[in-house]
Every structure is written in structure tokens, then in C-alpha cells.
Ligand binder design. Structure first.
Ligand code: THU
Length: 129
């Protein structure tokens, strides 16, 4: 495993820039791609509530824009005492670019609390049609 402290720093910085005036819940996500590049994103809310984006969605978009398609590690940071897991839609977004070895770190204001796989979080993922 890469030292996830860099991912924690990036996700923490991203959460600080979150645009969350409706929920007041700031989230940041940081990705280490299999090519060794880092990406991050934050949640971006909208007055038209369903139009908002999750932090994971923003980070995955940044990774694709940067030319990577494989997540080695992703860290999700909630600026909260609660530990969150990605929403269902974001699990599917993460699954699209993960392998069984992808590390999914969950962090809150107390630090990194858990590291799971996509199979732990979304065992019956939609994979083919
Ligand atoms: N949110 C994320 O960005 N990621 C998650 O994993 C859970 C929820 C955001 C969406 C919304 O802006 C706020 O947190 C409250 O749901």
C-alpha cells in the first residue's frame, strides 16, 4: 500500500473547498491512479438539489480528464466525526475504474478509520449487459 497520508491531505484540502451551502456537509475524495498520479475532488451542491455532485464523482472525473482509468487507491474524507461510505451511485462510479485490489480508505476528522475493497462495499455490482 502507498502511504495514504498524501491521499488524506489531498482529500482534506478538497473538502475545505467543497461547495455545500445546503447540507453543510463537506466531503473530499482523493485518488492515486495505477500510473502514480493523484487527483482530487469535492462535493459541489446546487440549489436544484439533484444537480449536485459528490466528491467521489468529482475526483473520478478529474482522473479521467487526466488520462487515467484505473484507481489504485481512493480516500473519502468527511469533515465530520461520522465515518461515511460512498453513496450507491458513487460506489458504481468507483467500481467502473477499480480492480479487486483497489484500496478504498474511509476517513473523518479522526483520520483514516477503515480500508475496504469495492467487493466489500458493492458485492453485487452491475458489471455487464
Ligand atoms: N456526499 C459526498 O460528496 N460523498 C459521499 O460519499 C456522501 C455524500 C455529499 C453529497 C452532498 O453534497 C452532501 O454530501 C450531503 O449528502
Amino acid at each position: 500500500m502507498n502511504n495514504p497520508s498524501k491521499l488524506l491531505t489531498l482529500a482534506h484540502e478538497a473538502a475545505a473547498n467543497a461547495y455545500a451551502p445546503y447540507s453543510h456537509f463537506q466531503v473530499g475524495a482523493a485518488i492515486l491512479s495505477d500510473s502514480g498520479k493523484y487527483y482530487s475532488g469535492c462535493n459541489v451542491e446546487n440549489i436544484s438539489f439533484p444537480t449536485g455532485s459528490c466528491a467521489e464523482q468529482s475526483a473520478v472525473s478529474a482522473m479521467i480528464c487526466g488520462g487515467d482509468i484505473c484507481i489504485a487507491e481512493i480516500l473519502i474524507y468527511a469533515d465530520s466525526k461520522k465515518l461515511i461510505t460512498p453513496c450507491g451511485a458513487c460506489l458504481q462510479r468507483i467500481a467502473e475504474f477499480s480492480t479487486p485490489k483497489t484500496l478504498i480508505h474511509l476517513a473523518n476528522t479522526a483520520g483514516i478509520k477503515e480500508t475496504l475493497s469495492i467487493n466489500d462495499l458493492l458485492p453485487h455490482c452491475f458489471k455487464e449487459f
